[in-house]
Design a protein around this ligand. Structure first.
Ligand SMILES: Nc1ncnc2c1ncn2[C@@H]1O[C@H](COP(=O)(O)OP(=O)(O)OP(=O)(O)O)[C@@H](O)[C@H]1O
Length: 301
């Protein structure tokens, strides 16, 4: 067991190639115990390759990797039992029922959660006797989540967990993840949903071309809080906009100058860059850098 203050996940200088494709290219990552970290990045950024290396399913070409104090390439059964894994694609389980497979998987773990409670938590109670092949895509994904958490893991990997969920199921899943966090579970999640990262993550790591572009709390990633606000308003139906570091002062001035008798400023909006704005800016800059980078690998395609 890891008894030191070592982080739950430590990755330094991870490299992984497929042929001449550099899928992961010097990636660093640290996840502290009890933290939820979201890894964001475009398709092909290297997220799944990284996560599957941490899970012990792929071998790194180079780099230092420790997961719950162990090298995943050497992780034994006891180490694996401390992990929960929700993969992007799961093997076919078509003919078994939901309750059967959750009970079955629980049997692999020394101290599993109660299978019926887990089925309920992921919202599959009414489907507990349904065969897996009869589940919808979103229900199937919920079953994947159930199988990932039934072992009561210390560290849970969620690879795009809510793909295919309807909005209600997504919100229910977020509540579930927050409940796990409150119980002390450490969670590393990949997602394409910025709203999901913003809601769940203590820290967001943006990855592109196998490298980390930015790492920070969702609220101030990429200096988000330090960015200027844009204030919009209308006068006689004509829109105005001004960028400012002091939006409160500007709004007070507008209220005095162009506000209605009750002080209201028509069409008033104060806009800060969203996490999505910051994310798209980072990814755009990285794409521009690659376009001007004439390494043989990039020009060969
Ligand atoms: N088994 C493989 N063989 C060859 N190339 C691979 C293999 N797995 C991944 N790749 C390539 O490595 C790169 C990184 O893929 P990876 O699946 O890690 O990206 P990702 O960030 O998880 O993408 P997505 O958001 O689409 O899931 C991609 O260019 C992909 O085509």
């Amino acid at each position: 067991m890891a008894t030191t203050n070592a982080p739950a996940v430590l990755v330094e200088g991870l490299h992984k190639r497929y042929g001449d494709k550099r899928a992961v290219d010097g990636l660093d990552l640290r996840v502290e115990h009890g933290e939820i970290v979201a890894v964001l990045g475009p398709n092909g950024a290297g997220k799944t390759t990284t996560v599957e290396t941490l899970e012990g399913f792929r071998r790194a070409d180079a780099g230092h990797v420790r997961v719950l104090g162990e090298d995943p390439a050497r992780g034994d059964r006891a180490w694996r039992a401390r992990l929960g894994v929700v993969l992007q694609d799961n093997q076919d389980l078509a003919e078994v029922t939901v309750a059967e497979i959750v009970r079955h998987v629980a049997g692999f773990y020394p101290a599993p959660r109660d299978p019926e409670t887990v089925i309920e938590e992921v919202g599959l109670r009414e489907k507990r006797s349904a065969r897996v092949r009869a589940l919808s895509g979103g229900q199937r994904r919920r079953l994947d989540v159930a199988l990932g958490i039934v072992g009561d893991p210390e560290l849970l990997f969620l690879d795009e967990p809510t793909t295919g969920f309807d909005p209600q199921a997504r919100h229910a899943f977020w509540d579930l993840v927050e409940g796990l966090r409150d119980e002390g579970t450490t969670i590393l999640l990949t997602t394409h949903y910025l709203e999901e990262a913003e809601r769940l993550a203590d820290r967001v790591v943006v990855v592109a071309h196998g490298r980390v572009l930015a790492d920070g709390a969702p609220a101030d990633l990429g200096g988000r809080q330090a960015r200027r606000a844009r204030v919009r308003w209308t006068v006689d139906g004509v829109g105005h906009e001004e960028a400012t570091d002091t939006p409160t002062a500007l709004v007070a001035r507008l209220a005095a100058q162009v506000g209605h008798p009750d002080g209201e400023v028509p069409g008033l909006q104060v806009l800060r860059p969203t996490l999505e704005d910051v994310y798209l800016g980072l990814i755009g800059e990285a794409a521009a850098d690659v376009a001007t980078d004439d390494t043989p690998e990039e020009t060969a395609r």
